[in-house]
Design a protein around this ligand. Structure first.
Ligand code: HEM
Ligand code: FES
Length: 777
């Protein structure tokens, strides 16, 4: 350690070794060897830092002169606190230029100033707020047809060739053109801009040799001058629709916030922010999916999966893999002391592969429910403003390619090369091939008319679907069938817990059914469906249309009806088809050796599904109530004596549930739990609501919630991501932490005592009692 200490000091280590560690140098061998420009970090950045995530999640790299942060929670915490960890160095040259290159820059009056991404408070937030509107989902919707047209035109150019280098032929140019459209720059000089952008990346994040620096500086200088010229042209007529014109128009109102220097610098930085990030992310995504062929085929079959696939690809292999901050005071990350002025490399790709946060992080799972919690767009006050434009572009690339070239494959044995730099990552070339004779549009030109509706923003969990096939249909009673469903490709299904349900797409309808089979059986799910004479179509569809071998789309499983594992005793009450979740619960209680009592009610034995199995498995705990045998359940006497140790779980007709609710009013709070498949909690009557403000503690903005708007909708309109699923107050997915302000709880998720804590809000339905809520967002 002492030798390393000397070595580290020789390279200019800023850490006072004698003070930090009595045993000598605090820099471990791994940390000393870390070099982001060569070797393992270039090959596979997240794996190359696994040692760090496991052993030394914050370490000082003497070669780089930076503290490197690699775990999810730490990276997020650094992003979250932009006061302690200033972004001022985000675009600083990671390798300083020599005198000759600096002289070249001076020749071009190069004066790149802070823009947004590297601006400190209090200057940053007013500017971000002022300039956000063009990035919001309604404003971005206007760009969708342009993006789609561009992608189509590019595919048209190569679709009959059988072979293409996608970066050159599409993935580089389309995001550049989109970026220029978005910024409002006339569509000219693409080639020049392209050369300039590469120079800018290497200038900022690369390690060019001294002789290369001069050439790079020439291009950076020219880029700067060119940006100035475009800006001058725009100022002559700032009426255009672009983001830059939007800023120019605001300038007279707020000259201190939108300065000349800002506009010139943003003109240049904006192209890089919007262009390369997206081009590289799209390249990474297509490469990844073609390397995982079955996943590619799945999105070809079911384009609904594309939005979540985009998030998973951004997580797995984002285009910005590390970002920078600098400590403004002596501070700590975990238990590592960071001195004031300490520079940080926060490796978001490592965070995205942290198993402390993501299950099986090295598996590409396009149905991963928390995929969009990745940190590839950063987090908090500086989180990428263009994230929804980028998401839209990558979605459209995938939609168009999977529709028109589902038979696309990677050219085998190609080598992927990456521009050596710390932060921007994506292969420089991506060769693909296919048999043009098999292009679907040759035989089926209608596929070109397929209209997919892009949902701008973070995908809802409801968009995560799975194609299932009907493996078996068994008749339980005259009116009830038990259906066994399996993944169409035979893949293992997600685990589920008692009380879970799935959503099935049945024709034009979506219906929910509780699972009732064996939760340990990952090969199949079972549901039971009653033929309901009052059916609005769901149960009729199941009974009349489904056959063994039919396929259908499934979402879930989800559990809004969870068993409390800590309850000492359970009382289960099932009425009719309500047996399905209750049976799964009772099975679980039996397996776990819990105390339970099981009441099953029906009109006649012949109408009671799975009766034989219920009797067989739960005989000693079971009480049957059969109306035509005169043994109808007497709810009042069953529940006459309140019991502290017992939780009552019930599913069945509304009459039964109402009777149970009446009969448990003298029981301890929340003794009775019932299944809710749907509710109208997400619906609002604007007449009865008031508007209020949300103060967002992490993002530094205030969002107004209108009377006809949910908190979730208001947050999304302000470009704040919040996951959601049911959007009806049933599932708890949209929960956010509340710092202050009184909550008007309207969900079915929180218990009374949880509500009383006033620290969690279900954004899809709950609101503010007063004028303001401060949220942990
Ligand atoms: C900021 C990533 C696309 C505009 C950022 C940051 C990251 C990032 C990591 C810094 C976040 C932080 O400090 O917390 C990406 C990725 C993209 C992408 C991976 C594509 C996949 C875009 C696009 C645009 C854009 C298309 C513009 C149209 C911006 C702006 C900021 C930013 C303006 C600065 C925000 C601020 O500091 O307030 N982006 N970006 N980005 N990005 Fe993106
Ligand atoms: Fe399900 Fe809000 S999204 S409770």
């Amino acid at each position: 350690a002492t030798d390393q200490g000397k070595g580290a000091k020789a390279t200019g280590c800023p850490v006072d070794h004698s003070r930090l560690s009595p045993t000598g140098c605090p820099v471990s061998a791994n940390a000393a060897a870390f070099d982001p420009f060569t070797g393992p970090y270039q090959q596979d950045p997240p794996s190359s830092l696994r040692w760090s995530r496991d052993e030394e999640p914050v370490f000082y790299s003497p070669k780089l002169g930076y503290w490197v942060v690699t775990r999810y929670e730490d990276v997020k915490a650094v992003f979250r606190d932009n006061i302690t960890f200033s972004p001022a160095n985000a675009l600083e040259k990671i390798t300083p230029f020599g005198d000759e290159a600096n002289a070249v820059l001076a020749k071009y009056d190069y004066a790149m100033d802070r823009t947004l991404v590297n601006e400190d408070e209090p200057a940053h937030m007013p500017r971000r707020r002022a300039l956000m509107e063009p990035f919001t989902p309604p404003a971005l919707a206007h760009h969708e047809p342009m993006v789609r047209r561009l992608v189509r035109e590019h595919v048209d150019r190569f679709i009959n060739n059988g072979r293409a280098e996608l970066v050159d032929e599409m993935l580089y140019e389309v995001p550049l053109t989109v970026a220029l459209h978005f910024l409002g720059v006339p569509e000219e000089d693409h080639e020049t801009l392209r050369r300039y952008s590469v120079a800018h990346t290497l200038n900022t994040w690369g390690r060019p040799a001294p002789e290369e620096q001069v050439a790079i500086a020439e291009n950076v200088g020219k880029f700067w001058q060119y940006a100035g010229k475009i800006l001058d042209k725009m100022r002559e007529d700032p009426s255009g629709p672009g983001w830059m014109q939007y800023g120019i128009r605001l300038q007279p109102e707020m000259p201190d916030i939108i300065t000349d220097s800002y506009l010139h610098s943003m003109m240049m930085a904006g192209i890089v922010a919007a262009h390369e990030t997206t081009a590289l992310a799209a390249t990474n995504a297509i490469k990844l999916l073609l390397e995982h062929r079955t996943l590619w085929e799945e999105i070809c079959d079911d384009p609904n999966l594309i939005p979540n696939t985009v998030e998973e690809c951004l997580r797995f292999s984002g285009s910005i893999i590390a970002w920078r901050r600098v400590a403004t005071k002596d501070t700590k990350i975990g238990d590592v002391e960071i001195p004031k002025g300490g520079k940080l490399l926060i490796v978001n790709t490592s965070a995205n592969h942290d198993e402390r946060f993501f299950d099986n992080p090295d598996e590409l799972d396009i149905r991963r429910e928390n995929a969009s919690d990745h940190l590839s767009f950063g987090y908090g006050a500086h989180q990428c403003m263009g994230k929804n434009l980028a998401r839209m572009e990558i979605q459209i690339f995938l939609e168009e390619l999977t529709t028109r070239l589902p038979h696309l494959e990677l050219v085998p044995d190609q080598e992927f090369t990456y521009l050596p730099n710390t932060s921007f990552r994506g292969p420089q070339q991506l060769w693909v091939q296919w048999d043009p004779a098999k292009n679907p549009e040759r035989t089926n030109p209608e596929i070109l008319d397929r209209k997919l509706k892009i949902k701008i923003g973070q995908p809802s969990k409801r968009s995560i679907t799975r194609t299932m096939t009907v493996r078996d249909i068994a008749r339980e009673t005259d009116d009830i069938v038990r259906i066994t469903l399996a993944d169409v490709h035979g893949r293992p299904l997600p685990k589920w817990s008692p009380g879970s349900h799935v959503d099935l797409e049945l024709g034009d309808l979506s219906r929910q059914y509780s699972l009732c089979g064996d939760p340990d059986d990952r090969s199949a799910y079972q549901i039971a469906v009653l033929k309901d004479p009052e059916s609005r179509g769901g149960s009729r569809f199941v009974h009349e249309n489904l056959r063994v071998g039919s396929t259908l789309q499934m979402r879930g499983p989800r559990n809004h009806f969870k068993l409390d594992p800590d309850a000492p005793r359970y009382l289960f009450v099932a009425g009719g088809i309500g047996i399905t979740p209750i049976l799964a619960m009772a099975d679980h209680a039996r397996r776990e050796g819990k105390e339970y009592e099981f009441h099953y009610c029906g009109s006649s034995r012949g109408a009671m599904a799975m009766l034989d199995r219920v009797v067989r498995d739960h005989g000693d705990r079971l009480v049957l109530h059969v109306s035509d045998e005169g043994t109808r359940l007497d709810v009042a006497s069953l529940l006459a004596e309140p019991r502290e140790d017992t939780k009552v779980y019930a599913c069945g007709p509304q009459r039964l549930l109402d009777a149970l609710a009446d009969a448990t009013t003298h029981w301890p709070e929340e003794s009775l739990r019932v299944e809710h498949f749907s509710s109208d909690l997400g619906e609002l009557d604007p007449e009865k609501e008031h508007a209020f403000d949300l103060k967002l503690a992490d993002s530094g903005i205030t969002v107004r919630v209108a009377p006809d708007q949910t908190v979730l909708a208001a947050l999304r309109a302000a470009n704040i991501d919040v996951p959601s699923d049911c959007e009806e107050g049933l599932c708890g997915t949209c929960e956010v932490g509340v710092v202050s302000g009184e909550i008007d709880h309207r969900d079915m998720v929180l218990t009374k005592s949880e509500r009383a804590l006033n620290n969690k809000l279900m954004t899809c339905c709950s609101r503010a009692c007063g004028d303001t809520l401060t949220l942990e967002l």
